[in-house]
Design a protein around this ligand. Sequence first.
Ligand code: SF4
Ligand code: SF4
Length: 381
Amino acid sequence: MESASLVQGIKAKAEELGFDRIGITTPDEPTHYDIYQSWIKSAFHGEMEYLSNSRSQICRRNPRELLPECQSIIVLATRYANPNHFSRSLPSIQSQTNQLTTDSSSIEPFLSGKIAAYAWGKDYHHVLKKRMKMFIRAIEELCGRSLKYRVFTDSAPILERDLAQRAGLGWIGKNSCLIDPEIGSFFFLSEILLDLALPPDSPFTADHCGKCNRCVTACPTECILPNRTIDARRCIAYLTIESRTALPEPLRPALDTWIFGCDICQTVCPWNHHAINLPVIPEFQRDGGSSELNLVEILQMSEAHFNERFAESPIRRTKWQGLARNAAVALTNLAKNNPQLSGIIAEILTKVLKTHPDALVRQHIVWSLQHINSQSAKEAL
Ligand code: SF4
Ligand code: SF4
């Protein structure tokens, strides 16, 4: 098949399979490799050693390390949320609890923590890899031969946003997300490395952030850096998901009720407010997962229950210990922002403290009791 019509066929198939955007680029060194290197040198990656080891750096510089026969990279974007679907848990807690009695059983159901939108549905690694493999079969049919390939979605040492920009999908915003002028930034990126030469798309060269600075000023931990990267050590997404140690005490109030990730720098972005309302594939829809989780349930959950409940969810990445640690901090922030709840929250935390098997979680609960202004917390301490 002639190359222009092959590309046309490939792009039509991508749309049919539910991918919202597709672009093609070459496996050459990414344009912003030097920015990634200086980010690593500055240790902004925190505990994420998999981002800084030498293999990771070599592969990020040269995608052919991942597939020596690679001639083209297809970059795909798949939307996971529409901007009008965002969690609004705190106002609902305040309005509901104002009308409730003060016994803990009536309030517990409203003590919820927020989950970043990308984790509301099924685990994107499985969902997208399955779709990409169907896509490969279709490309093989179109070009009439079997292909050597590798598929990735946030699962390989590759500079995804850089390649996506070069494949024409959008620009890297000040919040470090890739932004498409029509669909915003609430999408997953995936890559297919192929031993098939395809004509590359033109890079996306415009920067539509302009003078806007909304994400920078809205970030509660001030971790967005001037070169469009993030100091991960201060980012709520990193702290609640990747960090396996005690959360830095000065940053705990900024976590508010986020217990898995953070969407703030995306929700304030005007490009998400103006995004067109495309359907989200069923596996990522909010009804298929959780946008909020009950904090008391999390603190009472056994490790076996956690593993079973989140077996198909991205939430399992933070692990049982991490989610319970985050829940203790979220309850503290709820108590501080809603003084009428502080007595009940202190009672709940005191009960959990007596039975929780994990030392890191107990350590965070003790900190919580020290920071909740209630008689019950003082007595418990
Ligand atoms: S995810 Fe949250 S904490 Fe991280 S950069 Fe964005 S707004 Fe800041
Ligand atoms: S909020 Fe403004 S500055 Fe931040 S990424 Fe969006 S357009 Fe760019």
